[in-house]
Design a binder for this molecule. Structure first.
Ligand SMILES: Nc1ncnc2c1ncn2[C@@H]1O[C@H](COP(=O)(O)OP(=O)(O)O)[C@@H](O)[C@H]1O
Ligand SMILES: [Mg+2]
Length: 285
């Protein structure tokens, strides 16, 4: 391992500071589904891809899954074959107008609470509301008993929409690209989570860091994983999501990669991730 690379990673901090709040899956506050947000304020790290394919893999394992698309770009909604411009109602109405979430859930490979471009206005609309950070938590109360897992896809920012997701969640999965510069953003996410734990949701923690777009031929990618494991230990999932064009091809067909290429290694990677996620819950009840 390149020592220089490690010591020049100041934002990742030391071992001593990190374990607090990592992988502490405490009891679910309201019973019912385990609520997991996939978050990283950096764009293009495979949040949406991981949400879709983990959801599909959990369905294959017989779990009841609701996916909540909280990104105004609506990539996840589109990747399951819906045209966000034709949707009359979306998570915007749920968060801002308190529309029951049941009314916007569509049925795809999993149940899907859809996004639309209107969601871009939710940050502003929520800002002046009392309880603005808890709109999603409240919205999920009525459906959490109907599912085993609720997975939340978040936008690439740490704004009010993401704060709603972190406040509603039992745990956070953080997809990271296997690149040195991508790792540095983790400190900022941790600082936000610290604030959420102090003020809004004491039980939320990073339950897993997921290395994505891994190219094992590159020394740089292998080193990035070493840095991750040195800093976060067993919070890093064992599953590595490798770089392949399959993940870009599947959404064009409105499918997860598990449906698009069921026998391929791309699908298999998310099945492995699903097993790790299920094992976490079995360990903590
Ligand atoms: N493992 C992977 N290998 C190659 N490309 C990937 C992989 N995972 C995702 N992609 C592609 O990278 C782009 C960004 O992924 P996406 O899931 O939309 O990221 P985010 O939601 O974090 O912005 C998309 O075009 C997606 O198809
Ligand atoms: Mg996305």
């Amino acid at each position: 391992m390149n020592a220089h690379l490690a010591t020049s990673t100041p934002t990742l901090g030391s071992h001593q500071r990190l374990p607090k709040g990592l992988r502490v899956l405490e009891g679910r506050a309201h019973g019912g589904a385990r609520i997991l947000a996939l978050a990283n304020q950096k764009g293009g790290v495979a949040k949406t891809t991981s949400t879709v394919n983990l959801a599909a893999a959990l369905v294959e394992e017989g779990r009841r899954v609701l996916v909540c698309d909280l990104d105004p770009q609506s990539n996840l909604t589109m990747s399951q074959g819906f045209d966000p411009e034709r949707l009359e109602r979306s998570m915007y109405d749920v968060l801002v107008h308190k529309l029951p979430i049941e009314e916007i859930i569509q049925h795809a490979e999993f149940d899907l609470a859809v996004a639309s471009i209107e969601l871009a206005g939710a940050e502003l609309a929520l800002a002046s509301m009392i309880g603005r950070e808890r709109a999603l938590e409240k919205a999920l109360l009525t459906v959490r008993r109907d599912y085993d897992y609720v997975l939340i896809d978040t936008p690439p920012s740490l704004g009010l929409i993401t704060i709603n997701a972190l406040t509603a969640s039992d745990g956070i999965i953080v997809p990271v690209q296997c690149e040195y510069l991508s790792l540095r953003g983790l400190a900022q996410l941790e600082a936000t989570l610290h604030m959420i734990r102090e003020n809004l949701n004491p039980r939320v923690a990073i339950v897993g860091i997921l290395p994505t777009m891994f190219d094992g031929r590159l020394v740089h990618a292998r080193e990035a994983i070493e840095i991750l494991e040195e800093n976060f230990g067993n919070v890093v999932f064992k599953t590595r999501i490798r770089k392949t064009v399959r993940y870009a091809e599947a959404p064009v067909q409105g499918q997860s990669v598990l449906r698009y290429d069921p026998m391929g290694t791309a699908a298999q990677a998310y099945r492995e991730l699903a097993k790790e996620v299920l094992a976490l819950d079995e360990a903590t009840g």
